[in-house]
Write a protein that binds this ligand. Structure first.
Ligand code: MV4
Length: 454
């Protein structure tokens, strides 16, 4: 640590645009950065820009970005005083967080205990219900056997959804519309949960047919202060991958917005939550239902930054040093509207991944346009990792201004040499439903079916 209590050197245990995002925050705080990378990422932007870099293994993430001994060794040999896990990879690994701390490094994230609690979806739900968050009606903890599951289903009424306690992000969910379907779905769900997570505990919830996905951005310090940065609507998604996110949600009125934001912040405060985190809710017929809490930075944190003017990564790093939040809830302004498009290197119709050389790259600019991307002319997108290559984030004073700006920015964006989802985004944002803010979590998949049919 330096004299002003900030870190002197942060190791960024990630790659791509998010490694760059974190590097930028560190640089602006006068903090030196250490990039780690696989052999496939030797030419990556985050490696070029970092003060130091360490190769931590071969292309396979398991042997590099998920390789705990390699990452800890890289931190030790470079003399880093903190580790930022970024998003994905090690970000929600409580054991890794604990090892980082035990090895004498600061962990830029919540406590291992908070990661553990929220990683078990049953424990998470129990914990937040006790603190007064509304949840989807369902089993009180994991169900013991089929008869237990059937009794819960009879009590709450079909359709029901079976979820894995160790799941999250939609993996291993099964819908049942009646007792017969439940019998099969229950066995399937347990088998899949055991295979995927090594834990076959499942729980049951009433199945909501057409909810929106609305999440609240939170930030807590080590002194019991928690603030929220409003909500994000992430309902435009396909196969549990978000495609477009916006803040604020076109579905909420001012009273609902304030109510859910304050409630989420108060629950996080009573949890003693520190660092950035997100509470995810389903929203249907004017009601919110907590489903999960993500104990990390999220890709779409950017749109909350755009409407509040707060650099969330900077604040995340600051609170990790133990510094108190320098502002309260009343100091956070909410201005205008922001939309993010996640641009992937994939075919816009078939979604087939499209790694390879970027032969031409030109990012849009102008007022209210932000591009978070680690691409450059001549960069080779490796085939080993996630296909997201850029985030286009725009801000406008109104939702309509934001939409017009987004349309303009997508037209300016040039990425040649690989297929990208830019044309897909252009089609989505031209849809009357999207323009009217009239969509839910099923909208995109139904829209694609309609387009195939016609
Ligand atoms: C649900 C649901 C409907 N009813 N729970 C999917 C991911 C996981 N975080 C929770 N998920 C859902 N839980 C009940 N009781 C529908 C989903 C869901 C979903 C949620 C948010 C965003 C996209 C989704 C896509 C499909 C299903």
């Amino acid at each position: 640590m330096s004299q002003d209590g900030l870190f002197e050197k942060v190791l960024i245990a990630n790659r791509g645009e998010i490694a760059l995002r974190i590097h930028r925050a560190c640089r602006e705080m006068g903090i030196k950065t250490v990039a780690v990378h696989s052999t496939a990422d030797a030419d990556a932007m985050h490696v070029r820009l970092a003060d130091e870099s360490v190769c931590i293994g071969p292309p396979a993430a398991k042997e590099s970005y998920l390789n705990i001994p390699s990452i800890l060794s890289a931190a030790a040999i470079t003399g880093a005083d903190a580790i930022h896990p970024g998003i994905g990879f090690m970000a929600e690994n409580a054991q890794f967080a604990q090892m980082v701390i035990e090895h004498g490094f600061a962990w830029i994230g919540p406590t291992p205990e908070h990661i553990r609690i929220m990683g078990d979806k049953v424990t998470a739900k129990k914990t937040v219900i006790e603190l007064g968050l509304p949840c989807v009606p369902g089993s009180d903890g994991p169900v013991k056997d089929f008869e237990d599951a059937a009794a819960v289903a009879d009590r709450i009424g079909y359709p029901i959804l079976i979820k894995a306690a160790a799941g999250g992000g939609g993996k291993g969910m099964k819908v049942a519309w009646n007792r017969d379907q439940l019998r099969e779905a229950y066995q399937l769900a347990r088998g899949e949960a055991r295979a995927a997570f090594g834990n076959d505990q499942v729980y049951i919830e009433k199945y909501l047919a057409n909810p929106r996905h609305i999440e609240i951005q939170l930030l807590g310090d080590h002194h019991g202060n928690v603030v929220h940065f409003g909500e994000r609507d992430c309902s435009i998604q396909r196969r549990h991958q978000k495609v477009v996110e916006e803040a604020p949600s076109p579905a909420l009125n001012a009273a609902e917005r304030q109510q859910i934001g304050d409630l989420a912040a108060s629950v996080a405060q009573r949890l003693g939550y520190r660092g950035v985190g997100t509470m995810e809710f389903l929203y249907e017929d004017g009601n919110f239902y907590f489903i999960e809490m993500n104990t990390r930075l999220q890709i779409e944190h950017t749109i909350s930054e755009m409407i509040t003017g707060v650099d969330l990564v900077r604040e995340q790093i600051k609170v990790a040093t133990g510094a108190p939040l320098g502002f309260g809830q009343k100091d956070i302004p909410f201005n205008g509207h922001s939309i993010e498009c996640r641009i992937n290197a994939e075919h816009p119709e078939t979604f087939a991944p499209s790694p390879g050389k970027v032969t031409r790259y030109h990012a849009p600019g102008g007022l209210g346009v932000r591009v978070d991307s680690a691409l450059y002319d001549g960069y080779r997108i490796p085939p080993h990792y996630d296909s997201m290559i850029a985030k286009l984030i725009v801000h406008g004073n109104t939702r309509n201004e934001c939409l017009m700006r987004l349309r303009r920015a997508l037209e300016e964006f040039v990425i040649e040499g690989v297929d990208t989802s830019i044309p897909l985004h252009q089609k989505i944002i031209a849809e009357p439903d999207f323009i009217n803010g009239d969509y839910d979590i099923k909208w995109m998949e139904e829209w694609m079916k309609r387009r195939q049919g016609s």
